[in-house]
Design a protein around this ligand. Structure first.
Ligand code: BJW
Length: 253
């Protein structure tokens, strides 16, 4: 484990902040064994995102896209949340208000005990009918047929996730931005900060006066904005930071 050396203001912010928000990305699930998207060995180094993460790619080859998501679902099913997810759930329990804003679709934050979870890019366990019937189905692994069809109307189902060029769910982005505007402390954990509009959420928080704390294994475009960046694995850094601030986050004394 690398040594965690936050600024003194970071510990003060963890102790004194009543309204906390966190924005998380693929890096927080890396220690659960899930792949990140960018960087060395990332998903987009191996696969073409145009084929797997756009509506056009899906319509061209739904079997390919469903097979890729099914493979990922199996990986998610066979693993689980790690100490970083647990630390954020603990932080929620200690804060007066807490919003967990995630770009991840794995569902691990809820599994770890986080309650106010805002999923910006959807959820891998849901499938949505592409016909007119609006049906949402919950699918287990492995899929019995690829591609799966809607039980109600027989049309093609798609993963209920947000692909490039698609708008984020209005409710999720509205709640995420509201939480960012209202928080005293925003943690930005395991995201490259390159995908919009999610990457703008910490900017809103900063503009509204929040202390922004980044946790990542390496600098990102958001590091310039952050009041402090603690570099290391989230599963090491977050529990260590909570230990340093133990017992007083959101409640003085
Ligand atoms: C660790 C660690 C450890 C590793 N501990 N840290 C040009 C300019 C600006 C914007 C655009 C543009 N061209 C297109 C756009 C818009 C586009 C965009 O932002 N593109 C950029 C890439 C250029 N955005 C969109 O298209 C979005 N929609 C939109 O804008 O709609 C507008 C609209 C309005 C109205 C009508 C129509 C449209 C949608 C974005 C959807 C993103 N979808 C994906 C895939 C789907 C979900 C899935 O299958 O999982 O979401 S792409 C992928 O990137 C995934 C992620 O959620 C997302 C963000 O990635 P994340 O989480 O940051 O992961 P990584 O891999 O990038 O970073 C991991 C980090 O962890 C790294 O920093 C590591 O160092 C770190 N790390 N181990 C701590 N142990």
């Amino acid at each position: 484990m690398s040594e965690v050396e936050p600024r003194a203001e970071t510990i003060d912010a963890l102790r004194g902040s009543r309204r906390v928000a966190a924005l998380t990305g693929a890096g927080i699930s890396a220690e659960s064994g899930l792949e990140t998207f960018r960087g060395k060995g990332g998903i987009w180094e191996k696969y073409d995102f145009n084929k797997l993460a756009t509506l056009e790619g899906f319509l061209e080859d739904p079997c390919l896209v469903w097979s890729w998501y099914d493979e990922r679902r199996l990986g998610i099913y066979n693993s689980g949340p790690n100490m970083a997810h647990e630390a954020l759930a603990e932080l929620e329990a200690r804060a007066d208000e807490f919003a967990l804003i995630t770009q991840n679709i794995d569902g691990y934050h809820r599994e770890a005990g986080s309650r106010n979870v805002i999923e910006l890019h959807g959820n891998i366990w849901r499938a949505r009918c592409m016909g007119g019937c609006q049906t949402i189905e919950f699918r287990e692994v492995p899929l019995s047929t690829v591609p799966p069809l809607c039980k109600r109307c027989g049309e093609l189902l798609r993963p209920d996730v947000v692909w490039f060029g698609e708008p984020l769910p209005t409710d999720a982005i509205d709640r995420g931005l509201a939480a960012a505007a209202a928080c005293d402390l925003m943690l930005v954990v395991g995201t490259s900060g390159t995908v919009q509009p999610a990457a703008s959420i910490p900017v809103y928080a900063k503009r509204s006066g929040a202390y922004v704390l980044e946790v990542n294994t390496e600098p990102t475009p958001l590091s310039k904005l952050a009041d402090d960046s603690v570099y290391g694995k989230a599963g090491d850094v977050l529990p260590a930071l909570l230990e340093m601030a133990r017992g007083r986050c959101g409640h003085d004394g």
